[in-house]
Write a protein that binds this ligand. Structure first.
Ligand SMILES: Cc1ncc(COP(=O)(O)O)c(C=O)c1O
Length: 358
């Protein structure tokens, strides 16, 4: 074990990377050699440890397992060249993690531990960052309550982990979405804006029903009236209506996506009209029917810009006949991925490059 004053580091004796096909890694199935773990006890976060990836032993009474007091993040590391791996706006993921922690009564993790932890992990495991276009190393930081007690109360102890996994593309074809008049993802005053486990657990059953009907995902509507468009399970949603890029405003029930914010910033930079506003599903369907709905796409770290092939609502469908993305979605996709992969200029300072050979 070595220590650099701020981290205890135990390296693997030999890498497992040769056992993984980085050209076709799947999504979240294999994990790189090292992980980070930090304990919170006696009112403070302790010294972080980087160690070989492996199982953790927990009591079945661990309160996270019962009450879901946990939050997570999702981000990617991009291969730029043999010496450089890029992170995309990692400070934004940290800021969102802190907001999620606050909502879930979890002590926040410092930006230093978050960013330095990721940087050290990437330096150690840089051979795990796929080089094939479109493939990346997905980074999953998460915090969970660690009291060994069955009691629905705020925990006194926590663990922060970062694990990484090589991934391919999340969707390999345009997605089919359906609304639900019966289920809702998040309610006003609830935890929809936090990246917390329960939001995803709650959406599984409706997503399964949608899949049985031939759709990929639910296009969530607001929980009160089932009228206003919110987002998709793992992506924010955008529409191009009559030349204007429209996305639902952040209302507290939607996850404030980092890709969403980047799409808006880029589109405004290009002079494209952008509106963050309340938007009814009827308006979307009507625009689809009268020919003013030019495009629809999802935006998220995992899916990047995912074109929508179909939106189904209340017995009606709007279909798009692009084989891939529409022109606006394609332009955004290309520009964002080029910045992420270090192939285009980075006018907004979005990239944090990591030198992996120093
Ligand atoms: C529910 C939900 N909405 C939107 C997003 C997109 O957020 P981001 O662009 O930060 O990945 C995600 C993915 O993290 C998500 O899980």
């Amino acid at each position: 074990m070595s220590t650099d004053n701020t981290f205890n580091i135990t390296k693997v004796s030999s890498t497992r990377v040769e056992n993984v096909n980085l050209d076709d890694p799947g999504f979240g199935e294999r994990f790189s050699d090292h992980m980070l773990e930090v304990e919170y006890r006696e009112g403070q976060w302790q010294k972080p440890s980087i160690k070989p990836f492996g199982t953790i032993e927990v009591t079945p009474a661990l309160n996270t397992l019962h009450y879901g007091q946990s939050v997570f993040e999702g981000m990617k590391a991009y291969y730029a060249d043999e010496n450089t791996v890029n992170l995309f706006r990692p400070e934004k993921n940290h800021q969102r993690l802190v907001r999620s922690c606050k909502r879930m009564c979890i002590p926040p993790v410092s930006e230093d531990v978050f960013i330095d932890g990721i940087t050290k992990l990437i330096k150690l495991d840089h051979q795990w960052v796929p080089q094939k276009e479109g493939n990346t190393l997905y980074i999953r930081p998460f915090v969970c309550a660690f009291d060994p007690i069955i009691s629905a109360r705020v925990s006194d102890s926590y663990r922060f982990f970062i694990i990484t996994t090589p991934v391919g593309s999340y969707y390999n074809r345009p997605v089919k979405l359906t609304t639900s008049q019966k289920y809702a993802r998040a309610v006003k005053g609830g935890v929809g804006a936090a990246k917390t486990a329960g939001n995803y657990a709650a959406s599984l059953y409706p997503a399964q029903e949608a899949e049985e009907k031939g759709f990929d995902q639910v296009l969530w509507l607001d929980a009160c009236e089932h009228k206003f468009v919110e987002e998709v399970g793992t992506m924010n949603i955008f529409f191009v209506i009559d030349g204007v890029l429209v996305t639902p405003e952040l209302s507290g029930t939607i996850l404030p996506g980092i890709t969403r914010a980047s799409v808006i910033q880029l589109a405004k930079h290009w002079g494209l009209p952008v509106k963050e506003r309340r938007l009814t599903i009827d308006e979307v369907m009507e625009a689809g029917a009268n020919g003013t709905l030019d495009e629809a796409f999802g935006a998220g770290t995992a899916a990047v810009i995912a074109p929508v092939e179909e939106i189904h609502h209340d017995g009606q469908s709007v279909r798009f006949d692009f084989e891939q993305r529409g022109p606006v979605g394609q332009k955004l996709h290309d520009q964002i991925t080029d910045i992420q992969w270090g192939k285009a200029e980075d006018p907004f300072g979005w990239i944090t490059p990591i030198s992996v050979n120093s």
